[in-house]
Design a binder for this molecule. Structure first.
Ligand code: SF4
Length: 578
């Protein structure tokens, strides 16, 4: 990954491509590259859908190598949803392929005049940008099918559906999985709208003729990778729970803990939880000829994904994630996995964040647009988004906008981004992360569920405030570093519990780059990324007053623990004191 390509979509006479050496971003990857570049090059006061914003697409530090779990792709920009800096990452094949061609980043800049739509073709010979108005308003499944007819099956596709083209703030960027399905999404923060604002519909990445990236010390890399994989296989979460049931293994766990937000955060237990559980989902998938165990990119050994078929055995969608099953399920009072799978398919097809959309529909139900539990109404609301009707555009703008338009008082968002599937009142640690992360409400930014609920990496009582700030701080630092490596975040379970697996990860990085990175170095990397992100947000006008949860989490106790969120503002303001 020795070069960076910049594509000025707004250049006079049509898009202009320049390539430069990787320079100051050498040795970095993923979130480190996107966040440092956005902080340096983008005016924090710009309009997120304007010419001044940039979309940085960066494979991780180890992407494109033979290492396990290294297929994560980061996309960075100023978010139209939150107004903050944004890093949104996904699996699929794009990171591996882009890294093998040698790009540390592709940067989309400027904004074209007119309404032509473009596709970008990246291969070993260079980059081409072509007008293709035949793709206008196509959704992801048909779009990828059409592109496959032209570019074949040995490439990776990054695409936006109609939601991204319509600049909806919940729009995602889809990356194809090994079977060329557009199922892996850079979902959060409206990154698809930023790609849409540049009028880029598809990026086709073809690594024909390119080899795996070579480590500085191949033997040490192979050895470290073997130990790393052994560690993942022996940990109960990464070796058993996730491969057998996927992330949806969490439905029963969160429901039993009383932390499963139900019907727009009104109670912490959903009576239909068992019907939505990972156990029920895996059984159904297996019975219908799908599978509960599948890797979203080649080289994944955890394989938390799967294939969800309908009752006739026909493919519907990838195995919906826990957060998707929750947002379209319990959050809306719906207990039917087939309905959730249909909504997940619609999200992927239109190109939308499943968390934002599920939470939005629950907020719309709270506003009286439909009854909680009404599956047909939920599907109809999603159809409005796909058609781009005025109501659909409101919904596609996310939960915050929908709450304002329909006068809903209790809207679960932080920095205008929907709060995911874990209630912060009975799980105080995740509340600290939601409130303070640079990204707007985001469970992955500092997954306190691990230690509060799953007892991975220690044991901090979820109902108490003690220890939560330190926990969230450490997790946010570690996550910012992991998001830079190209590793899937789920490796965190094994490296938090098993010192030798963390050491194996360090050994992989050092064997690859010829460095002597220590645990302290990883912490420094995480802090560097967070510091850049905080700097951007501060210059964009965010203050400590924005690092808070919505008021109702402080005033409305939730059953069954009868608990409010009670970490003080003063404590929240110390999360980034290091
Ligand atoms: S563990 Fe799951 S999300 Fe992570 S790389 Fe594998 S399939 Fe993708």
């Amino acid at each position: 990954m020795d070069k960076i390509a910049r594509i000025d979509m707004g250049a006079a006479g049509g898009p202009k491509i320049t390539t430069e050496p990787v320079g100051e971003y050498a040795g970095l990857g993923g979130r480190a590259t996107t966040s440092l570049m956005i902080n340096k090059e983008v005016n924090p006061l710009c309009h997120a859908l304007g010419a001044e914003n940039k979309l940085v697409i960066a494979p991780g530090m180890l992407s494109g190598s033979t290492g396990a779990m290294t297929g994560r792709l980061s996309v960075g920009c100023k978010s139209p949803l939150t107004g903050t800096i944004k890093e949104s990452n996904a699996g699929g094949q794009a990171a591996q392929v882009l890294a093998r061609i040698g790009y540390a980043a592709i940067v989309l800049e400027g904004k074209p005049e007119g309404d032509d739509l473009y596709k970008i073709i990246v291969n070993a010979d260079g980059i081409k940008v072509e007008v293709d108005n035949s793709l206008k308003l196509m959704d992801n499944y048909a779009l990828v099918d059409k592109l496959r007819g032209q570019y074949g099956d040995k490439v990776a596709y990054m695409t936006i559906g109609s939601a991204g083209e319509r600049l909806m703030h919940a729009a995602s960027i889809a990356c194809t999985d090994p079977e060329l399905r557009p199922t892996r999404h850079c979902g959060r923060g409206g990154v698809g709208a930023v790609m849409g604002s540049k009028r880029v519909k598809a990026i086709i990445i073809d690594d024909a003729g390119c080899k795996h990236r070579a480590p500085k010390d191949p033997e040490k890399y192979r050895d470290a990778n073997r130990k790393f994989v052994e560690g993942l296989r022996k940990h109960p979460v990464t070796g058993e729970g996730l491969p057998a049931y996927g992330t949806n293994v969490l439905t029963n766990v969160l429901n039993e803990a009383g932390g499963y937000p139900t019907r727009n955060f009104k109670t912490g237990v959903f009576e239909g939880g068992a019907k939505l559980s990972g156990e029920a989902q895996a059984e159904l998938e297996t019975k219908r000829g799908g599978t509960p165990t599948h890797g979203c990119h080649r080289g994944c050994v955890i394989q938390c994904s799967g294939v969800f078929n309908d009752a006739d055995g026909n493919y519907v969608t990838k195995q919906p994630e826990y957060e998707t099953v929750w947002s379209h399920g319990g959050h809306c009072g719906i207990d039917d996995l087939d309905v959730v799978a249909k909504l997940d398919r619609m999200d992927d097809d239109f190109g939308l964040d499943t968390i934002e959309m599920g939470v939005t529909i629950g907020v719309a139900m709270d506003a009286g647009l439909a009854e909680f539990g009404d599956s047909d109404a939920a599907i109809k609301l999603m159809e409005e988004v796909g058609k781009g009707t005025p109501l659909g555009r409101v919904l596609g703008s996310g939960a915050g906008t929908t709450g304002k338009v329909f006068g809903v008082e209790k809207v679960p968002v932080v920095k205008n981004q929907a709060i995911p599937a874990y209630d912060p009142r009975p799980i105080q640690g995740i509340g600290v992360t939601y409130a303070t992360t640079t990204q707007g409400a985001d469970h992955t930014a500092g997954y306190a569920i691990a230690t509060n609920i799953l007892k991975v990496g220690g044991d901090v009582d979820p109902l108490k405030t003690e220890g939560q700030v330190e926990l969230s701080r450490n997790l946010q630092i570690a996550t910012a570093a992991i998001d830079s490596t190209g590793m899937c975040l789920f490796i965190a379970f094994a490296i938090m519990d098993q010192e030798e697996t963390f050491q194996a990860l360090l050994d992989m990085l050092n064997a690859f780059y010829g460095t002597e990175l220590t645990g302290d170095g990883v912490v420094e990397l995480g802090k560097t990324v967070l510091t850049a992100e905080r700097d951007f947000n501060k210059r964009a006008g965010f203050t400590a007053a924005d690092d808070r949860l919505p008021r109702f989490f402080y005033t409305d106790p939730i059953e069954p623990h009868n608990q409010t969120f009670s970490v003080s503002d003063e404590e929240l303001d110390t999360v980034f004191n290091w």
